[in-house]
Design a protein around this ligand. Structure first.
Ligand SMILES: [Zn+2]
Length: 296
């Protein structure tokens, strides 16, 4: 109980003032499908500070499949099947915490099975984008052999310190993202994945050195912004709230994470139609997909 009370403590993120540009909108030929690898529950006091949530939140480890005439890409791969074995290498309290935290997830199949279930052949994947290289986003790519993995150079360079065994196995498949495109909304640069503006990758350094966000403009006109683990739940950007104390300890750079949360908070104010999708907030995935596996 004491740990839960402590976990809900946290600092306050100030209103940064000023305004931000909304994210752009136009029609494209991009469809998205959801590959849900595992489900679980996030403790209310841990995922967002100051008791902004009264009840635990249904959580997910999901991959977002981007289906486009230019190729099929996966954003995030969930947790490796060999996770518990590979995490024995991480010693001390951190290792213990990570091994215990992973036991709360219920797998819905191997990454390959889950992707096949939504009608996509894993062997046809063009590449995978990492929102960031933590175990519950990266490891599943071990079970999708041969798929090239794209992330900013600073994220690829930091792989070893985060997830030693899985990083060693996946490092040869890493390709550096260079943000050579223009500013988008409050983000200073971008990478246009398909060259038509339908999927823009933007830098969101904070939770990890090379965290990225993925802005999608779907064929049906909907706009979606996958923000990785910058926030774990929508209350984080709605209320400008950091994660709770315990979860914040996994943010690589607290000031950088606060800056990203301020940007999301402002974006939500100026652009409420944009669906902001924290990687683990299952309520937001349900808001996007409902009972459908794909949105075309
Ligand atoms: Zn995560």
């Amino acid at each position: 109980m004491l740990l839960l009370l402590l976990a809900a403590c946290g600092h306050h993120i100030p209103d940064p003032g000023g305004t931000v540009a909304a994210m752009p909108s136009f029609s494209t030929s991009l469809a998205v499908c959801r590959a849900e690898f595992a489900t679980g529950t996030l403790p209310a006091g841990m995922v967002v500070a100051h008791h902004a949530l009264k009840e635990d939140v249904p959580s997910t480890q999901s991959g977002l499949l981007l289906v486009h005439p230019g190729g099929t890409w996966l954003v995030d791969g969930g947790m490796s099947l060999a996770y518990q074995t590979s995490m024995r290498e991480v010693k001390g309290l951190k290792g213990l915490f990570l091994r215990e935290a992973a036991k709360g997830w219920t797998r819905l199949g191997t990454p390959e099975e889950v992707i096949r279930r939504v009608g996509i052949l894993p062997e046809t994947l063009t590449g995978a984008i990492l929102s960031h290289a933590h175990f519950d986003h990266l490891g599943g790519l071990l079970d999708l052999p041969g798929v090239p993995i794209w992330a900013p150079p600073e994220e690829l360079a930091a792989l070893d310190s985060m997830l030693p065994a899985e990083a060693r196995a996946l490092a040869p498949r890493g390709h550096p993202i260079s943000f050579d495109g223009p500013a988008v909304g409050p983000y200073p640069s971008s990478w246009d994945l398909f060259g038509d503006g339908s999927a823009l990758i933007v830098p969101m350094s904070g939770h990890t050195p090379g965290s990225v966000g993925t802005l999608l403009r779907l064929a049906n006109g909907r706009r979606v912004f996958h923000v990785g683990d910058t926030v774990w739940v929508r209350e984080g950007y709605e209320g400008r709230e950091p994660k709770g104390w315990l979860a914040s300890s996994f943010d690589n750079d607290r000031d950088g994470t606060d800056l990203q949360i301020q940007r999301l908070w402002k974006l939500h104010q100026v652009d409420p139609d944009l669906l902001i999708l924290p990687a683990h907030d299952r309520r937001q995935w349900e808001a996007l997909f409902g009972a459908s596996e794909c949105i075309r």
